[in-house]
Design a protein around this ligand. Structure first.
Ligand code: FMN
Length: 213
């Protein structure tokens, strides 16, 4: 399991590693920050022209585990009879084409990935006029105690301000060093993160089946 760090401690470690990489390595810093290629699937379940039956599941990932969760959510929703597009947020899907939009991101340094925040900012009006749900993929602050709940809720502060009132859910993800950049691996090792896959596919299924859309 991963040791729980406060955001301040985590950012301190990260700051030291990033500063070290850029000062001592110069151009090597960029190389160290380059992530290995990960699979970012774009899937279409069903072909529905009528937007009243179409759902978008869009995701932001670094190491791929959020993409796999998004794909699974898409599959479960399609089993409920919806036409579902699962699209990497970097492809900038148009939310106006859907009756509902599900957005998900992994957590890095205590927040959703910047490409998802940018997407929400650019599409804020359309998203707030649509039914939405948000899923967060993380590894720390997983407990049911009030401190953990408050800490993981804080991951959503930026997003919540842009999309108040959206349903939120938190899923545990994975830690796979082979899918991380050298820099991220270094940060992960400094905070004593261990490799593991904590995804609870039954819980993801239950959530997808009970989601009111
Ligand atoms: C560099 C780095 C920073 C992370 N920061 C956090 C964090 O602040 N809080 C947290 O709960 N998980 C954190 N995680 C764990 C990731 O959210 C988790 O590994 C997630 O499954 C990654 O999703 P992805 O595979 O879609 O990139 C971090 C992971 C890495 C590698």
């Amino acid at each position: 399991m991963m040791k729980t760090y406060t955001r301040r401690e985590f950012l301190k470690v990260t700051g030291i590693v990033v500063a070290g990489a850029s000062v001592t390595c110069g151009g090597l810093g960029a190389l160290a920050a380059r992530s290995p290629k990960v699979n970012t699937p774009e899937l279409i379940f069903g072909k529905e022209d009528n937007m009243t039956n179409r759902i978008l599941v869009t995701y932001a990932t670094k190491a791929g585990s959020t993409a796999e969760i998004a794909a699974k959510i898409g599959e479960h929703l399609s089993e409920r009879g919806f036409s579902v597009d699962v699209i990497n947020v970097k492809s900038k899907p148009d939310p106006k084409e859907y009756q509902a939009v599900i957005l998900g991101s992994c957590i890095r340094m205590g927040t959703w990935l910047p490409e998802m925040i940018d997407y929400i900012t650019a599409n804020q009006v359309a998203l707030n006029a649509t039914r939405t749900a948000l899923f967060t993929v993380h590894m720390q602050n997983a407990g049911d105690d009030e401190t953990s709940k408050a800490a993981r809720s804080a991951y959503m502060d930026k997003v919540r301000a842009l999309m108040p009132g959206s349903e939120e859910v938190y899923f545990l993800g994975t830690m796979d060093f082979t899918k991380l950049s050298i820099l991220d691996r270094l940060i992960s090792k400094m905070v004593k993160a261990e490799e593991s896959d904590q995804r609870d596919w039954d819980r993801i299924k239950l959530w997808s089946e009970s989601l009111v859309i």
